[in-house]
Design a protein around this ligand. Structure first.
Ligand SMILES: NC(=O)c1ccc[n+]([C@@H]2O[C@H](COP(=O)([O-])OP(=O)(O)OC[C@H]3O[C@@H](n4cnc5c(N)ncnc54)[C@H](OP(=O)(O)O)[C@@H]3O)[C@@H](O)[C@H]2O)c1
Length: 244
């Protein structure tokens, strides 16, 4: 049965381009829901418009103890959507060739793109199990699909998202047995105009570059259609599944 009326929503990485747009849309669509949004840095907190229905909390998603502590505040969570991610940093961009591979940058990608999903699912296992129709979703990327990899390059990002996809698939199998009401999903938002994609937008046709609001609208439609019966897939913004 499609999932329509969440009462408790947690959105992590909510200070990012897509996270913030999705947060605003969720607050608009579900004014009676309790929404908790997390951010990492104070700089991004300063940019946030606060809204009466949203509770903001600082959280470093790579800190297992902090994630566990945060999760203890919830008895039941209906939707947990993780929007954190990393593609580039000041001194490193995605690799064009294996010659540019750097182990620290690679591990940082794993830390931000893969680890949080594992820590969140572990910490929120009980709270999601208490939902009559739970959704645990993490923003992944089409480039993390092994089957869909035609261009190569971007080793660290691709590998960290492929690992995230495997985490989602494995968790979906486990929770099909233990969390019968929960859907586990990886979501591809489409190329979206945010800080993450800014340096790489040159070759993207205008109609293929979404605003964060557009992308959030598409993602919400996908999330609303999720149910425990269709757990364990990588969904694109248009509602189609992408091969792993
Ligand atoms: N934009 C695109 O075209 C595109 C395409 C495909 C997939 N995606 C995926 O969509 C997701 C959102 O991307 P976006 O474009 O919205 O990126 P963004 O604007 O750069 O936002 C990234 C978010 O991740 C958070 N974050 C990074 N490290 C964190 C940590 N250790 N703990 C907590 N939060 C952390 C950032 O928090 P701070 O601001 O506090 O650092 C920020 O809120 C990512 O997973 C990305 O891979 C994006």
């Amino acid at each position: 049965m499609p999932n329509h009326q969440p009462e408790t929503i947690v959105i992590t990485g909510a200070s990012g381009g897509i996270g913030q747009a999705l947060l605003n849309l969720l607050a608009e669509h579900y004014p009676n829901a309790q929404i908790t949004a997390t951010y990492r840095s104070t700089a991004s907190l300063a940019q946030q418009q606060t809204n009466g229905t949203i509770r903001w909390q600082v959280l470093d998603l790579t800190d297992a103890q902090a994630v566990d502590q945060f999760a203890r505040g919830f008895k039941r969570v209906d939707w947990l959507i993780n929007c954190a991610g990393l593609l580039h940093q000041d001194d490193h961009g995605p690799e064009k060739s294996i010659r540019q591979f750097d182990s620290d940058f690679f591990l940082h990608n794993i830390q931000i793109n893969t680890l949080p999903t594992l820590l969140l699912s572990q910490a929120f296992s009980g709270a999601l199990k208490n939902s009559p129709q739970g959704v645990f979703a993490s923003l992944s990327a089409r480039v993390g699909s092994i089957g869909d990899n035609r261009l190569g390059g971007w080793y660290s990002y691709r590998i960290s998202k492929a690992a995230l996809n495997m985490a989602i698939k494995t968790l979906a199998i486990e929770w099909q047995r233990s969390h019968k009401n929960v859907c586990v999903a990886a979501l591809h938002p489409g190329t979206t105009d945010t800080e993450l994609s800014k340096p790489f937008q040159r070759n993207v046709p205008v109609d293929k570059l979404f605003t964060p609001q557009q992308s959030a609208g598409y993602l919400l439609q996908v999330i609303q259609g999720l149910s425990a019966e269709n757990s364990g897939h990588l969904w694109a913004w248009d509602g189609h599944t992408i091969p792993w």
